[in-house]
Structure formats: C-alpha cells, structure tokens
Write a protein that binds this ligand. Structure first.
Ligand code: GLN
Length: 561
C-alpha cells in the first residue's frame, strides 16, 4: 500500500478535504485505484452526536457510519463507498485501546499514548486502507489520508507521531506527504507572505515529518519568487510547490493540480510512474466548465431549522447541484429559516416573516430537509401546506416526509393536533411515532442507520419511474421516528399514497400525492448517494418538476429514449 498523507497548516478551513479528494481524483485518473481515510482528532467517537450547525452535516455511510462531511466529498469525488472505519477519531482509538486494557490484553503493562495509542492508529490505518471501496476485489493502490485540524494542535500529536512511525516503517517509496498551507497577501503592496507556511513546515519537521509537496492556498496565483522562497525555506523542490488559488467551483481543483503536474510529483515520490497513465480528466473538465457557463437558474426554497451554516445541509446542496447540472440549470437556493414562516414571527419579527413568505412564494420548488427537534416545525408544516395547495413541487426528506404527513393529517383529515411523538408526547393523534428496529428497552443507540431496502408498491408512481422502474431501491437512513402504521389506511383513503415500504411492509419509506405534479416525501436521505454525473433520481425529478419538464422526461424514459 502506498500512502499520501495530507496535513494542514496555518489556519483551519483551507479546503484540505477538497485538496485531498482532488489528489485522489487525479491519481484515479492516472489509472490507479484509490481509497481514503479521514482522521478527526476530536474525542467524539463519531460525528453522530455533533451539531450540524456547528460542525456541518453528519454524513451517513451505507454501513450506518455517522461521519465527518469530508467523507461525503471523498465518496462524491472518487465515486467510492466508504465504511465507518474510514473515519478515525481520537474517541474510536482510545475506546479500542481502553477496551483491550480492560480485557487484560496488555498483560499487566502500563498502557501509554506511545506506543499503545500510536500502535492502534497505525494498525487501524493499515487494516482499513486494505478494504476495497470501489466495488473491485483486493486493496487499492493508494490510500489518501487526511489529517484533520492543523499541525501543532495538541490533539493531533498522537496521530502525527503514529504517521511519522508509519512513514518510516513503510519506507520512502510508499509515503508521500502533502502539506496544505495558506499564503496570505498583506499590506498596500499586496505581497504574498510565506512566513506562516515556513513556520508550519518547521513545526512539521520538528515532529519528524518532511513534506514532499506543498499545496498553497491563495486568492491569486503564486508569483515565481514566492515559490522560490517557499522552496528554499521549506525544503521542498520548486516543482513540488502546488498552488491552489481561488477557482469558480471546486471541480476545478483536480484540474489545477493536473495542470501543475502534481500527479508526476506524487507518482515519482511513490515510485509509481511506470505503472500510471497520463491523467484522463476529460469528464471533469467538461463538468467544471459546464458549471461555470450555466446561465439559467432555478429557484429552490430550502426550509430548514437554521440556515446560518449552509454546510449543515452540504449533501443536499450537492445533490441539488448534480440534478440541476443534468438539466443545464444553475441552482439558486433560497434559504428560509422555518421559524420565520410561523405566525409568531409575524408579531415578533414582522420583516423577517414577510421576507420569508415572499421568498417561499417566489420559489419554483420547495425542499424540507432532514432534522431533529421541534424548532421550526410549525413553519415547515406551513411550507408543506403551501406547496400542496398551490401545486408547487415539494420534496420532503426524512423530517420533511414526516412534516408532509403531519400537515396532511391536520389539514385534510381534520386532526388538528396530529403530530409526531418527537414533538408532542401527549398528542391525541400521533401520526409519526418512535419505531426502533431493535429492542426498545435495550440500552444504546436507537437510530435506524445506513442502507435499507425500499420496495415499490406499484410501478405506477413517479418515484418508481424516476428510479427506472426497478422493484426496489437501497438508500441511506438516519432517523428514529416513522409514519404510524395505524394511520396509513385513512391517509391513503384521502389520497396520500405510500408507494414505497420496507421489506416488512410496516415502515413507510416513500409517499406521493398523485393529484399533485410532484409531492414526494422519503424517509431516507437520497442526497448521500448522489454523484456529480449520476444525480439522485429523486432530486432530478424534483428539478424537472420545478421547470415543467418532468412529464416529458418520464415519457422519454418509458420509451427507452
Ligand atoms: N427527527 C426525525 C426522526 O428521528 C427525522 C430525522 C431526520 O430527518 N434525519 O425520525
């Protein structure tokens, strides 16, 4: 196994994840098989308990792993299916070491950060890098490891030490270190400053790791003398100093790396030049350029709990982008804080209330994404009602599907207090209830997580047609609550159809309103499996419906065009 380690210096938020996944794309384009590992030096065992509004979205994998959103970038960029073990956290490592200690596996020895934690990190990396993630047999050729945080952070020290040992044990030809850093511009003359990078490289070298390549983030392209300075003071050949300046969209990053021959430098370091091909990135180039040149846009209202940090719904945004590009459209997302739509806000914050409604009414389609807790739920219900009554395309994901059910029960069945037991434990009409897969009394996680199968109940529904008339689909889940099986009959009698169910027939997976152009709710998260050139069928249908092209698409699909 060959390793490419990507570290970061100077500041966080440099786009290390995008750089690391772009390196993977370029290597893959050279004909190599690539896997990846993301290291998060925090103490949480996984991202499941972390607030998406602080840390960005919790990405969900097929195996139910709740992981950092960077794994989503890797899956999308490299078109792979990762496992929960591809995300290493301090919490996971410590947990495994402490479990071993409790079992007496250390034979009475003092258990220490070095060597026990560092050994556990190395073992984890070596075993996980061997798991195939691209659907082929056998391990990949290269594993890209991204170390989260910034070099010098106290919490990343055991990882740095473990990676130093790993670089030594796997040998020169099998280890390539790319350090991502920032070149700020200061002063009236606008000089590109190299000192922060010099310091972070020095810090890295003091810890026993020397970068083979530098990936320098900057607003404008690096000047030649900046590169020379960096080369001289950071001990990195000028040809190995890459520049990732600001680009119109992130799909340009692999192209930027290719244009600077990053692949040659990396392949050379890894002694892979003889087996690699020149990078084939025609598709990427086309994709990046198509995106730049889109002129027509479609207005999508996203009605969520909070809308301050758009990374909270990163995969939904990406899935919308993939679908829009397939329709030659630029997504124009209008973020609406659901609580601004509520009646209370008409009194407390009338301007925000009016603006939210105006935005909602100007949108071509309305999306209510997943979420937890009751904040903004009343606003989401109003948005779903507006979409239903005015024939505006609606896509409800997870919570968004539950919202559609509550709204329908209240407005159409006349059950005024219908609710989810997540929001109102005393509701007389719990139309959404807690339905754990395992035992209710068993301690531990009760979340239904990961890939599950949905069986279509009829081929004659929009979603089955969009998915290509298959019998079933497999999508990823992350929820605790479900539509109450006892209310299905009455809901269906009044026209809300449950066209997708799980294999037991008890869990409702997809709802549709056949009298509406596109009113779809799904208990799963189709956004996690959307890929740049393979948009999620549901997102595609949603955007087509928003632009009045759904019917023609379904017809052409049926005729096999
Ligand atoms: N809070 C809801 C549940 O647990 C929805 C979860 C979600 O949208 N991911 O079922």
């Amino acid at each position: 196994m060959k390793y490419v380690l990507v570290t970061g210096g100077v500041v966080s938020g440099l786009g290390k994840g995008v750089t690391a996944s772009s390196i993977g794309v370029v290597l893959k384009a050279c004909g190599l098989r690539v896997t990846s590992i993301k290291i998060d030096p925090y103490l949480n065992t996984d991202a499941g308990t972390m607030s998406p509004f602080e840390h960005g979205e919790v990405f969900v994998l097929d195996d139910g792993g709740e992981v950092d959103l960077d794994l989503g970038n890797y899956e999308r960029f490299l078109d792979v299916t990762l496992t929960k073990d591809n995300n290493i956290t301090t919490g996971k490592i410590f947990q495994s070491v402490i479990e071993k200690e409790r079992k007496g596996d250390y034979l009475g020895k003092t258990v220490q950060v070095v060597p026990h934690i560092t050994d556990a990190i190395k073992d984890w990396i070596e075993s996980v890098s061997a798991i195939p993630v691209d659907g082929k047999d056998g391990p990949a050729d290269v594993c890209v490891i991204e170390l989260g945080g910034t070099v010098g952070d106290i919490e990343s020290m055991p990882f740095i030490e473990a990676l130093r040992q790993l670089s030594f044990s796997v040998g020169q030809d099998n280890f390539c270190l790319v350090h991502v850093s920032l070149i700020p511009v200061l002063g009236v003359v606008g000089e590109q400053k190299t000192k922060p990078t010099q310091h972070s490289v020095r810090e890295l070298r003091a810890l026993g790791l020397t970068p083979h390549l530098l990936a320098c983030r900057s607003a404008q392209p690096l000047l030649e003398n900046t590169k020379e300075k960096l080369s001289q003071f950071c001990h990195v050949p000028a040809a190995n100093i890459l520049n990732i300046h600001d680009v119109p969209n992130i799909w340009h990053v692999p192209l930027l790396l290719r244009n600077q021959n990053a692949h040659d430098a990396i392949l050379n370091q890894l002694n892979l030049l003889s087996i690699a091909m020149p990078p084939a990135l025609q598709d990427w180039t086309m994709m990046a350029e198509t995106y730049d040149n889109l002129t027509n846009s479609v207005r999508i209202a996203m009605v969520g709990k909070y809308v301050g940090l758009t990374d909270s719904y990163l995969s939904v945004v990406k899935a919308l982008l993939h679908a829009c590009i397939a329709c030659s459209l630029k997504p124009s997302i209008d973020w609406i804080a659901a609580s601004d739509l509520e009646e209370d806000s008409a009194k407390s914050t009338p301007e925000a209330h009016a603006a939210a409604w105006e935005t909602l009414k100007n949108a071509a389609c309305i999306l209510v994404p997943g979420g937890f807790g009751d904040r903004g739920v009343r606003g989401m219900i109003l948005a779903a009602k507006y979409a239903r009554e005015n024939s505006i395309p609606y896509l409800g994901i997870c919570l968004g599907m539950q919202i559609a059910v509550i709204e329908f029960a209240r407005s159409v069945l006349g059950l005024e207090r219908a609710d989810s037991s997540e929001f109102d434990t005393d509701t007389p009409d719990p139309v959404v209830i807690f339905m754990p897969e395992g035992s209710r009394t068993h301690m531990g996680s009760t979340m239904r997580l990961g890939s599950r199968r949905t069986l279509f109940q009829t081929p004659d529904c929009i979603t089955a047609k969009l998915y290509g008339n298959t019998q079933y689909v497999e999508e990823r889940h992350r929820h605790r609550y479900e539509v109450n099986p006892e209310v299905i009959e009455v809901l269906e009698e009044k026209g809300l159809k449950f066209v997708g169910k799980d294999e037991t027939g008890k869990r409702m997976e997809i709802l549709e309103l056949p009298t509406h152009p596109f009113y779809v709710g799904v208990q799963f998260h189709p956004e996690f499996k959307s890929r740049p050139r393979r948009p999620s069928a549901l997102f595609l249908g949603f955007i087509l419906a928003a632009t009045g092209k759904l019917e023609a698409h379904l017809k052409s699909q049926q005729n096999g065009v």
